[in-house]
Design a binder for this molecule. Structure first.
Ligand code: 5GP
Length: 124
């Protein structure tokens, strides 16, 4: 089943420059910015610039160049934040999808959460 992309979603507006954002990193195919309601001392959202709804949509349809760019962007941010596990810190990545995943914004995004012990993965 193909996803229908809503180009009025908030991240599409950020990508078009219609809404400001606190950019952490921008690459050819990806943009990373701070979450407006951070759930941890470090809370960065990484999004592809292309119109993908969920992680599975991105993995299925994005080009190899977009996929490599996205994950390298993520890795660089973790290194720049100083949270890679070799530092003794660590992080959690989350990508909510669809109804049961409680996805609020229908543009694929990866949450990077770090900066404190994050507790168990799910609390319900
Ligand atoms: P989801 O529930 O879709 O995985 O998460 C969407 C995230 O986007 C939430 O953590 C929310 O705080 C964040 N968010 C929603 N609107 C904005 C916005 O306008 N700017 C930024 N930077 N983050 C937003």
């Amino acid at each position: 089943m193909a996803y229908t992309y809503d180009d009025q979603n908030i991240f599409a507006k950020i990508l078009r420059g219609e809404i400001p954002n606190d950019t952490v990193r921008e690459t050819e195919h990806s943009l990373a910015f701070r979450d407006i309601q951070p759930q941890a001392p470090e809370h960065v959202l990484v999004i592809p610039k292309g119109a993908y709804v969920t992680a599975d949509d991105f993995a299925a349809r994005a080009s190899d160049a977009e996929i490599a760019d996205f994950w390298r962007c993520f890795a660089t941010i973790c290194a720049d934040l100083g949270v890679t596990p070799d530092t003794g810190a660590g992080y959690r990545i989350i990508s909510n999808a669809g109804h049961d995943g409680v996805q609020e914004v229908p543009h694929f995004h990866l949450h990077i959460l770090a900066g404190r012990p994050l507790g168990r993965m799910l609390n319900s």
